[in-house]
Design a protein around this ligand. Sequence first.
Ligand code: PS7
Ligand code: MN
Ligand code: MN
Ligand code: MN
Ligand code: MN
Ligand code: MN
Length: 359
Amino acid sequence: VHRRDASKETATEKACFHYLNLTSRSFSAVIQELNPELLMPICLFYLVLRGLDTIEDDMTIDIKEKEPLLRKFHELMEQDGWTFDKNGPNEKDRDLLVHFDNIVTELKKVKKPYYDIIKDITVKMGNGMADYAVNAEHNINGVNTIAEYELYCHYVAGLVGEGLTRLFVESQLANPQLLVRMDLTESMGQFLQKTNIIRDVHEDWLDKRRFWPKEIWNKYVDNWDDLFAPANREKALQCSSDMVLNALKHGEECLFYMAGIRDQSVFNFVAIPQSMAIATLELVFRNPAIFERNVKITKGDACQLMMESTQNLRVVCDVFRRYARRIHKKNDPRDPNFLAISAQCGKIEQFIESIFPTQ
Ligand code: PS7
Ligand code: MN
Ligand code: MN
Ligand code: MN
Ligand code: MN
Ligand code: MN
């Protein structure tokens, strides 16, 4: 395992790590322990996408201003000295954009093949985010079908996975076969983003943002706001079970993807967020608190998951099995998704049994 050497860093490199620490919850530590070949490229990739997401999330920016910012972000990130001086609501994330000139400077030093991947993904994500921001502005119903929901998750997370997998293969730290199984990469991103969208439902509702597809919630309530009325709590829980089931379907493909990672530092980097995600799915499953406030796994659980996800695939499979069993136990036979959830938990367990048979 590697450690960045701050004594050999330029002032702008140090600044980039400062903004990484300020803006990332779970990625900061693992990025800093990445193989030196990918350390700066992935740190900068993170900061560029975090900048884009900060603009997307800032509901105080008018859509007339937001849309072109998102679509042209790949040009702004190439302009020497570019910074964003608008006052956003989120102080930490605003800071990154206000000092973005540091990221612009360091991006110019990235090897061409890595830079091209970062730019390609930034173009695609910015345009995808803009499409959805415009749609949300003009259509209060927002995301309607499951296909629209999954396309949004593709733009904001599937594409991150695509860029990362291309970087891992380009640097010879992952099996090139992963490039011909982009469906596995897509599942890695979908699993993280869907979990984030289920967990953040209350926070997003307060912000008047809705990512849960109508095709799912309309089976349980007539209006989106009804999901948050205490009188409808059982219907809301059933709806959240439907969302958890939809996310849980990516479980096996995520484990399969991780089997293709060769480098230990890259394994840690991809496995930690996945373990946190399955633990978060278990936490939100049949948990009425998600409709009232922000929920988060405890520091203690996060710490244990961090240790377990920095060993090998077998230990990460143990984590997935443990949480699949907890979900199975919490499953309620009166929930219309009961049978399907039970079957999906069984599928994850069977998949693990097929790679690591217990005698
Ligand atoms: C480049 C390390 C490993 C194959 C900033 C990592 C929104 C869940 O929805 O702000 O605004 O609430 O809580 C990370 C696949 C992306 C997906 C993504 C860049 C894994 C901006 C992360 C992370 C692919 C777009 C949480 C998906 O942010 O979300 C690098 C393989 C950023 C990964 C968004 C979401 C991350 C996320 P929201 P958050
Ligand atoms: Mn965000
Ligand atoms: Mn966002
Ligand atoms: Mn958010
Ligand atoms: Mn969110
Ligand atoms: Mn968030």
